[in-house]
Design a protein around this ligand. Structure first.
Ligand SMILES: [Mg+2]
Length: 245
């Protein structure tokens, strides 16, 4: 029987936006042997390779980058070689960009480092603290957001105004924005639609609750027979989980 394993990366296999911790990287490398493993991330292929190492990537069957809007399939028997299979673009309208700029201006948070939105394939990654923030500045914003729930309020405001888009809280400081449905759930709905009914799917992620960026795929996996969702808080939980799945 076929069993496939899907992993979120930031907060699940690595600390957010950082390299995998060496001891876990080795454990994960060993664990993936003879398993069918895919990555499903908001990050780019290049960043994921930097986080996990080329050796780990050689154990991965396919990489759904940018929330599943870009797919890379590994070439069999050829290390470090991948097919770039497809990509879905997202062109935000001017109103949305103007509203993101307004959110940055009106936020009471004092540290704004610039470059507040990053237009990636199929999505925009938006943050009040900005993409130039240092790790310390990111941590400070994450603590502020945990207390003030700023990202939840922004998501609520923008969702109401821009009904054709989805807004989800991703990573430690940002919000991911994309065309409705073009989130991680498209991996199950489209890519794995012909998977045999008895095939088992495991999904492991750290943001499986609404409005987290793993919520949609977690729902899609749960709604399928033989789907298992594992919610973790960090790579340490994942390290424990790998001993039993
Ligand atoms: Mg995550």
């Amino acid at each position: 029987m076929r069993t496939i394993y899907l992993f979120d990366v930031d907060g699940t296999l690595t600390p957010p936006k950082q390299k995998a911790v060496e001891i876990f990287r080795l454990q994960f490398f060993e664990w993936t042997k003879d398993k069918e493993v895919y990555l499903v991330s908001g990050g780019s292929f290049k960043r994921l390779t930097e986080q996990l190492s080329p050796a780990v990537m050689d154990r991965i069957e396919g990489v759904f980058a940018c929330m599943g809007n870009v797919y890379y399939r590994r070439k069999k028997g050829e290390p470090r070689a991948w097919f770039h299979e497809y990509e879905h673009k997202f062109r935000p309208n001017k109103g949305l960009i103007a509203d993101l700029t307004k959110e940055v201006e009106k936020s009471a948070y004092p540290t704004k480092t610039g470059a507040h939105y990053d237009n990636r394939t199929g999505m925009i990654n938006f943050s009040i603290v900005g993409t130039k923030a240092t790790q310390d500045q990111r941590r400070e914003y994450a603590a502020y957001d945990a207390e003030h729930k700023e990202r939840e309020a922004i998501v609520a405001r923008l969702s109401e105004k821009h009904a054709s888009c989805d807004f989800v809280i991703g990573g430690a400081v940002s919000i991911d924005i994309f065309t409705k449905g073009r989130d991680k759930s498209q991996v199950i709905r489209e890519h794995f639609k012909d998977l045999p009914q008895d095939a088992i799917i495991h999904f492991v992620g750290d943001r499986t609750e609404y409005p987290g960026n793993d919520f949609a795929i977690a729902e899609a996996v749960r709604n399928r027979g033989n789907g298992h969702v594992h919610s973790v808080e960090s790579w340490k939980d994942t390290a424990e989980l790998l001993k039993s799945i």
